[in-house]
Design a protein around this ligand. Structure first.
Ligand code: HT7
Ligand code: ZN
Length: 890
């Protein structure tokens, strides 16, 4: 596939002002009639109208009512070019498409008999010929015509103008969206659905209709999504003064969907996973995710829809900013529920969650062959760039702006951004320029965050001068080379710093030249490769606490011995850094165990670590949700990245030993926790209860890993008696991650209870795919995964099933996936090839599981390479997979 470069962006000579669409919906032969009111762009040199089209059958094309001369219409590999005269023209196009044959879930497709669309990024061109780029913003009128029996509900963007009956059992609905939008925000739904609806008032007093559409039988699972939507509306009004601009806002749940959800104007389409929840089927984590995804899509209405991206290279303009907004929203929701006293801890728990995701998913991406800046310079397939870098690192970049400018400065920047760019398709420069102008700041150097790939290394060394009571912090930065970017320039890195006194209290900070001490945490701005900051007026040597709140997406390289880490685990006033100290200590212990076990040496968990871990996990003064974070070990994927070469078997052996040791040595503590923590009464989704359940389930996990009889009995009992999915699933997970034979019965009982529930079965698949081997002679997980492919509930055509079974195995079970006999690698190639024939986006996601293969041991590399080559040599391979594998092999 050709490479597309950001530098090649040119505005189109013709754009579309209005589009009138008519859909005659039929499962195998849908006819789409499109009338485009085209307008010449006076700022661009004359040229033809460019229409993209993909897998379309063109039935008719006219210009101002007549067929164009043969020479005026040219067929291109990816669409058409039409010569138009004058300043305006009406182009009418009729196409025929086959939704039933569309297994890609991009464009118009069928799910459970209903019609659904997904147009981001380039799905609209699979529906009709169109200048399918985000900088073409048009007003849409849409008429849907379908069989009434099959599709009683007909939805599209905006407001319903009219609906009625048609001959032959058909009916129609006509919709109009008052706001100009890019084609990627177009949507339609024609299906058999039921609705939960509420009326709400916006801040300015307008009445709006909120709807959540689901399949019959699921109405009792739609309430949490509705509540989340109302909370999101209120938060955006309160925080950014942004109101819902439509009279009606719809959410539709669909079971076949490539990603989490889609922010189509006024008609958000969601993966059922991020809508449906009731206590018996959804865990606390599911409730949390639903709240944040509903918020994310709702927030896009301003950051993405009202102001959109000029081109797809600017994707982080909407995604990074919207992830930041949903992270802030979730933190505020948690803080509100926790109450004033516990608000800081609640916010930290959310921040820790976000940092975990960044480290586990984005850091490896930044260290691999697909590394790219948050604003990439080139791509072959845009669908491959909906990445943790664009989303999560993009959100970190926005967060740094927020830190540097302050809450008020950031809000002023947002206001200016909307005042300049509402209704337009713009670039990341436009956003940062608005922030700079509103705050009188020069952010030119800051823009390097948009241009440079790779995780920067932040070095820190402190020098204590007892004679004058000063402490000099020397900060350095460098970013390692990434593909195509050998040299990197210094970035602006906000480093939030505290200094801890020997008694554990925070010291007031006074920099050299300042007249008096100030706050105990302050943000230093590191702008050059090396900078010194001299703190004065100190009476004893302090312990530095750096990057508080994880103030920048960097890897902190700071030499700290075990005692110092244990000290910060116990004393750091910044909860994120307290957690981080525990993670660093655990990482050090795990990697040392892995090195020993990998070399066949005897290994034991250091006593000092067990002591430090125990004090933190059992500290009753701390919020259970925080303790659950502190007691959870670093993600296996992150640890593999920290290992050189990455040796999944040795790492797994180390983790097994650590789990079992902590389970055994702290058994009495874990059992005591299990007595004290249970939440009485009926289930409610509340962060305080969720924290208790999370810590209790973690305690069960440690006990089960150690084979503790009392712990296993408790897990069996809780599994049987659970009154909600969080408890039931937590107990089941503990049993499955143990050598106990009880796990098979529990898995069977779980299956029997939920055999008709697709979303719960996803959990059942995932749990088995992620299962470790707790006895060396147990059969490998791959055998189980292969057997599950034939389960009646499994389907390679449903992304949720693929992500649950294959995604978990390839991404979350490295030791089993990378079994020494190479069977996992052969299986991976078989699956990627099979998936690619149906759904290239999903196949590419699975393909990426091996992108960092060069980091593994030579023996594993030798096993992986031929499989990568086999996939690349497959006839008809999609551009999606071919970009991933091509770059991995480069
Ligand atoms: N903006 C949405 C992106 C999305 C998507 C992209 C490619 C293929 C399928 C997709 N479904 C949704 C999701 C979001 O960030 O809100
Ligand atoms: Zn988004």
């Amino acid at each position: 596939a050709p490479t597309i470069h950001r530098a090649d962006y040119r505005p189109l000579p013709w754009t579309v002002e209005r589009i009138d669409l008519h859909f005659n919906l039929d499962p195998t032969a849908t006819v789409v009639t499109s009338r485009l009111n085209c307008v010449r762009n006076p700022e661009v040199e004359a040229g033809p109208l460019r229409l993209w089209g993909d897998t379309l059958e063109c039935l008719l094309l006219t210009v101002d009512g007549a067929e164009p001369a043969a020479a005026a219409l040219r067929e291109l590999e990816d669409g058409l070019e039409v010569d138009l005269a004058g300043e305006r023209a009406v182009v009418e196009i009729h196409t025929r498409i086959d939704p039933q044959a569309n297994t890609t879930l991009s464009g118009l497709y069928l799910s459970n008999g209903g019609f659904f669309t997904q147009c981001e990024a380039e799905g609209f061109r699979r529906i009709t010929y169109f200048p399918d780029r985000p900088d073409v913003m048009a007003r849409y009128t849409v008429t849907l015509e379908a069989d009434r029996e099959r599709c009683p509900v007909l939805l599209s963007n905006g407001n319903l103008l009219e609906q009625g009956e048609l001959p032959g059992g058909r009916h129609y609905a006509r919709w109009e969206d008052p706001f100009p939008k890019p084609s990627y925000l177009f949507a339609l739904v024609a299906a058999r659905l039921v609705v939960l609806e509420r009326k709400a008032q916006t801040a300015s007093g307008r009445e709006v209709l909120l709807q959540v559409w689901v399949e019959e039988g699921n109405l009792d699972r739609a309430g949490h999504a509705m509540d989340s939507l109302i909370h999101s509306m209120r938060w955006d009004e309160r925080t950014f003064g942004l109101e819902l601009d439509l009279d009606r806002f719809m959410i539709v749940a669909v079971a076949d969907f490539n990603m989490g959800a889609m922010e189509n104007k006024g008609l958000n389409i969601f993966n059922t996973k991020y809508v449906l929840a009731k206590p018996d089927t959804a865990t606390d984590v599911d409730y949390e995710h639903i709240e944040s995804v509903v918020a994310h899509e709702y927030f896009h209405n301003w950051t993405g829809n009202r102001v959109t991206c000029r081109d797809w290279f600017q994707l982080t303009l909407k995604e990074g900013l919207t992830v930041f907004r949903d992270q802030q929203f979730s933190a505020d929701m948690l803080a509100e529920a926790a109450g004033e006293e516990d608000a800081a801890s609640a916010r930290a728990v959310k921040r820790i969650d976000d940092v975990r995701v960044l480290r586990a998913a984005q850091f490896p991406e930044d260290a691999g062959p697909m590394a790219h800046p948050i604003r990439p310079d080139s791509y072959q397939e845009i669908n491959n760039f909906y990445t943790a870098t664009v989303y999560e690192k993009g959100a970190e970049v926005i967060r740094m702006l927020h830190t540097l400018l302050g809450t008020e400065g950031f809000r002023n920047g947002m206001d200016l951004y909307f005042s300049y760019h509402d209704g337009k398709a713009v670039t990341c420069d436009d956003f940062v320029d608005a922030m700079a102008e509103a705050n009188g700041r020069d952010l030119d150097q800051f823009m390097r965050w948009y241009a440079q790939a790779g995780t920067p290394r932040l070095g820190a060394r402190g020098e204590w001068n007892a004679a004058d009571g000063s402490y000099t912090l020397r900060l350095t930065q460098h970013t390692p080379p990434t593909p195509g970017q050998a040299e990197k320039l210094p970035l602006v890195i906000p480093v939030a710093v505290g200094l801890i006194a020997p008694d554990g209290s925070d010291l007031p900070l006074q920099l050299e030249g300042e007249s008096q001490p100030g706050a105990s945490t302050r943000v230093l701005e590191l702008k050059t490769a090396e900078q010194r900051f001299r703190f004065v007026g100190l009476s004893a040597e302090p312990v530095p606490s750096l990057l508080r709140g994880f103030s920048a997406p960097v890897l902190l390289e700071l030499e700290e011995d075990d005692e110092r880490l244990a000290f910060r685990m116990a004393k750091d006033s910044d909860p994120c850094n307290r957690w981080d100290a525990a993670q660093r200590y655990a990482e050090r212990v795990i990697l040392a165990l892995a090195a020993d076990l990998g070399q066949g040496r005897a290994a034991a968990v250091p006593e000092a670590f067990i002591r430090a871990f125990r004090s933190l996990a059992t500290d009753e003064a701390l919020d259970p949700a925080f303790r659950a974070q502190a007691a959870a070990l670093p993600a296996e994927g992150y640890l593999l990245e920290r290992m050189s070469p990455a040796d999944p078997a040795a790492l797994r052996a180390a983790l097994r030993l650590l789990y079992a040791t902590l389970g055994e040595r702290l058994a009495a503590d874990w059992l005591a926790l299990c007595e004290r923590l249970p939440v009485a009464g009926e289930y409610r989704y509340h962060p305080a209860d969720a924290g208790r359940r999370a810590l209790l389930n973690l305690a069960l996990r440690y006990l089960a890993a150690a084979g503790n009889e009392a712990g296993l009995a408790l897990a069996r009992q809780r599994f049987g008696a659970a009154g909600n999915m969080t408890d039931r699933f937590g107990a089941l997970a503990a049993l499955v991650q143990s050598a106990s034979p009880a796990r098979e019965d529990a898995l069977a009982a779980f299956h029997a209870r939920y055999k008709d529930d697709a979303l719960v079965l996803d959990k059942w698949f995932s749990l088995q795919a992620g299962a470790w081997r707790w006895q060396d002679d147990a059969p490998g997980t791959l055998l189980r995964v292969k057997a599950l492919l034939d389960d009646a509930a499994f389907s390679l055509s449903n992304p949720n099933k693929v992500y649950s079974l294959l995604g978990t195995f390839f991404r979350a079970n490295p030791a089993e996936f990378h079994a020494a006999d190479g069977s996992g690698h052969v299986f991976w190639a078989d699956m990627v090839i099979a998936l690619d024939a149906r759904n290239p986006q999903v196949a590419a996601r699975m393909a990426r599981a091996l992108e960092n293969w060069r980091r593994y041991t030579p023996a594993l590399q030798a096993s992986i390479r031929p499989q990568l080559e086999r996939v690349l040599a497959t006839k008809g391979l999609s551009p999606d997979v071919s970009e991933v594998i091509g770059k991995a092999l480069q």
